[in-house]
Design a protein around this ligand. Structure first.
Ligand SMILES: Nc1nc2c(ncn2[C@@H]2O[C@H](COP(=O)(O)OP(=O)(O)OP(=O)(O)O)[C@@H](O)[C@H]2O)c(=O)[nH]1
Ligand SMILES: [Zn+2]
Length: 196
């Protein structure tokens, strides 16, 4: 992972620093937002967020991504310290074209996992090994991770990033993402309570 540059990133909640990395293996650009002193060795409040153009930028209610992104940035701002990794693995790694194809299948009745499988993909193709060098750049080795995804916690521990605490991030359950969230719970093993 090649580190390229950093700048200020003012947001409605805090003035973050934004850092751009490029993965030479894929030429993908990945981002990190940091706030405060994250290099003091104490576990850092963190969100490891995979790109969802429709949810993060276009306000889609089909998923919970946009609300999770905002909630995570607000939480980091409130604490005055933290990191958000923004990984460009759209559609759980299948890319934007195939995610919209999967949505088309979902509109016809498939759930998110069945739709991926019908397109010839596993349910989740994401990789998290790139987080290690990104976090190392800021001297971060332990996280208080905001996630409901057990696979993400295991992946962090596998690459040698300690998860000292898992913080639930359940937001924006609505009629349009009810099935998406229940499929996460039943097929992907997410820790999700029935009601928010
Ligand atoms: N293939 C596919 N990907 C989807 C669908 N809905 C959302 N995504 C993608 O799912 C990913 C969501 O990533 P995260 O926000 O890290 O969520 P998560 O792995 O469920 O875990 P937490 O939110 O941390 O609990 C993004 O890459 C989205 O683009 C879908 O219906 N099909
Ligand atoms: Zn989404």
């Amino acid at each position: 992972m090649d580190y390229i540059a950093s700048s200020k990133l003012p947001t409605p909640w805090a003035e973050f620093s934004i850092h751009i990395f490029v993965d030479p293996a894929t030429s993908k650009e990945h981002l990190a937002l940091t706030l405060g002193d994250v290099s003091d060795g104490k576990p850092v409040l963190a969100r490891v967020h995979s790109e969802c153009l429709t949810g993060d930028a276009l306000f889609s209610q089909r998923c919970d991504c946009g609300a999770q992104l905002e909630t995570a940035l607000r939480a980091i701002a409130t604490e005055g310290r933290g990191v958000l990794l923004y990984l460009r693995q759209e559609g759980r790694g299948i890319g934007l074209v195939n995610k919209i194809r999967a949505y088309q299948l979902q509109d016809a009745g498939a759930d998110t996992v069945e739709a991926n499988e019908r397109l010839g993909f596993p349910a989740d193709m994401r990789r998290y090994d790139l987080c290690k060098p990104m976090l190392a750049k800021f001297g971060i080795s332990a996280l208080r991770l905001m996630t409901n995804n057990p696979r993400k916690v295991r992946a962090m521990e596998k690459i040698g990033v300690q998860v000292s605490e898992r913080i639930p991030i359940q937001v924006n359950r609505n009629p349009f993402n009810e099935n998406y969230l229940s499929t996460k719970a039943t097929k992907l093993g997410h820790w999700l309570k029935e009601r928010l």
